[in-house]
Design a protein around this ligand. Sequence first.
Ligand code: 6PG
Length: 246
Amino acid sequence: MAGAGIETRVYPDPERLAASVAEAIAALAVRQARTAPRPLGIALSGGSTPKRLYELLAAPPHVDRIPWRQVEFFFGDERSVPPDHPDSNWAMAKRALLDHVPAPAHRMEAEIGDADGYARILDDRIARRRDGVPVLDLVLLGMGDDGHTASLFPGTAALAERRRFVVMNEVPQLHTRRMTLTYPVLNAADRVWALIAGAGKRTVVAECLARAADPGDPPARPILGVRPTAGELVWHLDAAAAGSTA
Ligand code: 6PG
């Protein structure tokens, strides 16, 4: 299955989706450590889907194979909660991965709303630029059943942001605001991998792939605004989300 310009890879179940992406990240990290004089910059996704991926990266064989001091973690978004809150993306990633590997990680201080401070971290830590925008080597994303990704929710102001790399985004449908990377940063990345699993995503996945060629401006389904200008875009789906038997 595919939508105009969106490569999809379908796996039988969430475990094999996570295992395949973990293997791909490990191979990328090993290859880059051999060839590039800089850390592999990875933006982690929040939510529940990537938790198993993070656990696999923090366990043998990957934990022993990946050159962690040549990896640097960022985040795609964060809720406006303290770092030890149950809803915190940082807390989830810390438990599943960051506490178990020596790679540096940069937390989004969403609870104090310091979006400019995080933009300065990106500017300082990421040397490469694409049209003036910091280039992440890999961005991991999820997708909600409304088609949101990172904290780019339908009908919210951040969808229109074309200058700033990081913003605090008011999300009225959740009665909160969240910190999020914006489309310019997501679309400057070398690779964007969306991890989408579960039957609950099936309808919106099918709709998005059908609308990929004409997503609207701003896209009614925010994930359709993620179209890397030069990088790779892959949606990793389990069979339930893809509506197929892989
Ligand atoms: C977040 C994520 C968000 C997430 C989707 C899917 O902070 O929640 O960044 O974009 O990826 O909501 O979440 P699930 O993986 O839990 O379905």
